[in-house]
Design a protein around this ligand. Structure first.
Ligand code: UD2
Ligand code: MN
Length: 371
């Protein structure tokens, strides 16, 4: 049968209309999506997840988020660091580094990627040499800073600290070295005595102008926090996440502190007789005061740290004697400290990223007889 002429036009019309409505609908959906807040971020996030499949996680996490370099939460501590170039000038002819390092950039992102290895850290720090030493390639630093880390059984924390500390110190154009003072054996831990050993052993190697005494689990979050010494002993880790980025109390001296060799010797170093957890940091603060010095501090904006979460260690139980000891510091500080420490170095290893000094510090009863 013949179709009436009107039919096909009507169908054509209605199908055209349908397409138009569909097209407009799709447009509307796309526009709605575009207008939704956070759209861009979510898409970027999605793509990043996709990419993670291809590249190994450690490297992806370390890549700077290029679209967001101005946001401190995304700034990578390694960004632009490889731009430093070895100078062609002879070492003794290098000019002094500028008073303010041009590489300093402020807050940076601190995360703990589970797949990170020491090998990754080594690869990211090609200018660090044997024993964890570094000097700026293009200028002569005015500062020689040694970082002393008391340590036992915290290799997983050490790895992250090294990952952040190396680029952090390089950004500040310091001549630096990192020393890990490892307590041998299973006897009760003694943080302050290990720090004393660190001072003495590090000074044998180089005339350091400043020593940083550094918990292994504290990661700085802002590279304007200069690892140089002040006119007075400096308490550095003043704003930690675990204390809500505030000082817990006024004379608090735990975590990270910095003293020149002169300041350290003036207070006869640190106590040797605090075995186990607690009190030794308060004793150090008392010594600072007793030897006639003040405590200096960075500003709360830059003295920020993340502490890697951990349980109390075996072998570092709370020291029940700490309050008695603290009450006596005034009478004992000259008889116990730098001038009386006894220890035995068991080994010294120049690792690629740090110098490891394994030491027998004995116990309350003194050094154990040699076997
Ligand atoms: C607080 C202080 C710390 C110290 C301690 C009391 C902060 C951020 N830090 O740390 O400076 O005064 O109280 O002694 O408030 N360590 C090992 N292996 C061990 C035990 C300790 O390596 O088995 C080292 C390591 O460097 C660690 C440091 O000693 O960071 C302090 O010990 P902690 O982290 O267990 O004590 P914490 O966090 O309460
Ligand atoms: Mn800790």
């Amino acid at each position: 049968p013949k179709r009436s002429p009107s039919r096909p036009t009507r169908t054509m019309m209605s199908s055209k209309l349908r397409y138009l409505v569909m097209f407009l609908g799709v447009q509307l959906v796309v526009m709605a999506l575009l207008y939704r807040e956070g759209y861009q971020k979510r898409v970027a996030y999605f793509f990043r997840i996709l990419r993670k499949g291809e590249v190994s996680q450690a490297t992806t996490v370390m890549q700077p988020a290029t679209h967001n370099v101005t946001d401190p939460r995304f700034r990578d501590i390694y960004a632009n660091l490889s731009l430093q170039a070895k100078s062609t000038v002879k070492e003794e002819l290098l000019p002094y580094c500028p008073t303010e390092s041009p590489l300093i950039s402020g807050p940076f992102r601190v995360t703990f990627p589970s797949k990170l290895t020491l090998e990754d850290v080594k690869r990211k720090n090609p200018l660090v040499v044997r024993g964890g030493r570094y000097r700026p390639p293009d200028c002569e630093s005015k500062h020689r800073t040694a970082v002393i880390i008391p340590h036992r059984n915290r290799e997983h924390h050490l790895k992250y600290l090294l990952y952040y500390l190396h680029p952090f110190l390089q950004r500040q154009q310091l001549n630096y070295g990192i020393y890990v003072i490892h307590q041998a054996g299973n006897y009760t831990f003694n943080r302050a005595k290990l720090l004393n050993v660190g001072f003495k052993e590090a000074m044998k190697e180089e005339e350091w102008t400043c020593m940083f005494y550094h918990d292994v689990d504290l990661i700085p979050e802002d590279d304007r926090n200069l690892y140089t010494c002040d006119r007075h002993p400096k308490h550095v880790s003043i704003a930690m996440d675990k204390f809500g980025y505030k000082l817990p109390y006024n004379t608090y001296f735990g975590g990270v502190s910095a003293l020149t060799p002169e300041q350290y010797l003036k207070m006869n170093g640190f106590p040797n007789n605090y075995w186990g957890w607690g009190g030794e940091d308060d004793d150090i603060a008392v010594r600072v005061a007793l030897s006639g010095m003040l405590i200096s501090r960075p500003s709360v904006q830059v003295g920020r740290y993340k502490m890697i979460k951990h349980e109390h260690d075996k072998g570092n139980e709370e020291n029940p004697k700490r309050f008695n000891l603290l009450a006596k510091t005034r009478r004992t500080w000259k008889q116990d400290g730098m001038n009386t420490m006894e220890y035995r170095v068991l080994s010294k290893e120049y690792m690629p990223l740090y110098t490891n000094i394994t030491v027998d510090i004995g116990s309350e009863k003194g050094l154990h007889p040699r076997t």
